[in-house]
Design a protein around this ligand. Sequence first.
Ligand SMILES: [Zn+2]
Length: 386
Amino acid sequence: MNLDCEVASLAQRLVRAPSENPPGREAAAAEVLAEQATRWGLQVTGSEVAKGRTNVVIRLPGAGSAPSLVYCGHLDTVPCGDREWEVDPLSGVVRDGHLWGRGAVDMKGGLAAMLTSLAVLGGGDTRLPGDVVLAAVVGEEVDCAGSRHLSNTEIIDDAGWLVVGEPTGLDLVIAHKGAIRIELTVHGKAAHGAAPELGMNAIIAMARLLSALEIFPPTAQRHPLLGSPTASLNTIKGGTAINVVPDSCRAVLDVRTIPGAETDDILEAINETADHVRAVMPGIGVEAKILHERASVSTPPDHQLVRAAQHAASRTLGSHRPMRGAAYFSDASVLSPPRNLPTILFGPGEESFMHRPNERVSLTALSKAARFFATLPTSLFSLDLS
Ligand SMILES: [Zn+2]
């Protein structure tokens, strides 16, 4: 097969199969991937996540009983958006050596490279001791519905290693931050604005809570690749009228975590601060609700998977690649932590194009990524990393 042509053509067909999420209709993209995998003689199964939304699982069986290497990518994209594109975002046009369109970078390019690599491996003489599995999942851009479904299957039970093909500019991303969104609600007591002493002002209580709250004390640990955790107050709402003491106030914190800064620690900090506020404003109620939780992910730089990836990078990209962390989270947040699954992210395309107009991926990067993915299993299974 001509790898360069095949991977570019597959990525182009995936971009032309819209899978914007919301609303989350990945069927056309799933079909393109499954059809191509079948044509290449790979085993294809579908696993329905919700009506009309199916994870596609493509398997290259190995000859032994080693754990499988799982490649994972998401089929959905963010919406094309209202802002001006230089090209039709669903046209998949090739210009200046790049494939343009929504999902070219995030992450239909990565999916195309991973599937093409399975075809290359399947066409070769080497029989690997374990399976290589590509899990193409739905829903990553909204609620990770596809990876949550996948995490309860034997595909992850049987996995020894996970590679997520999100765009990394062909760097090895061995850690990424997690995200926790926390809704804080303060309950007070309404009163006439002319008699505030009869009420309990929920906005004042929220202000006290937020100004005293130290989710991450200055001594909080730093991760060598991810830096410090962060917390950002991004929405706040309270009060009903200009002459009524507000009886409730609601705020949402966007917290980005690193390994070791867990949800329980954060909730403890909130509860302690709420106690201080209640000490000066008795009767105030404080609730903290987790709206969304994605774990951070980290694999040691000397892990076998990372060493195998560097070996594959040297062979296919000409040199070792930088190892770094990423601020965004991925399906690995769902798939890795429950089983402590060693994980890296590696994929074609620059992160700066993610979720932006004029998203585009270089055809050279697509080819390089496909070669890397076709080499990694041999490096990993042989452990011949000399
Ligand atoms: Zn993505």
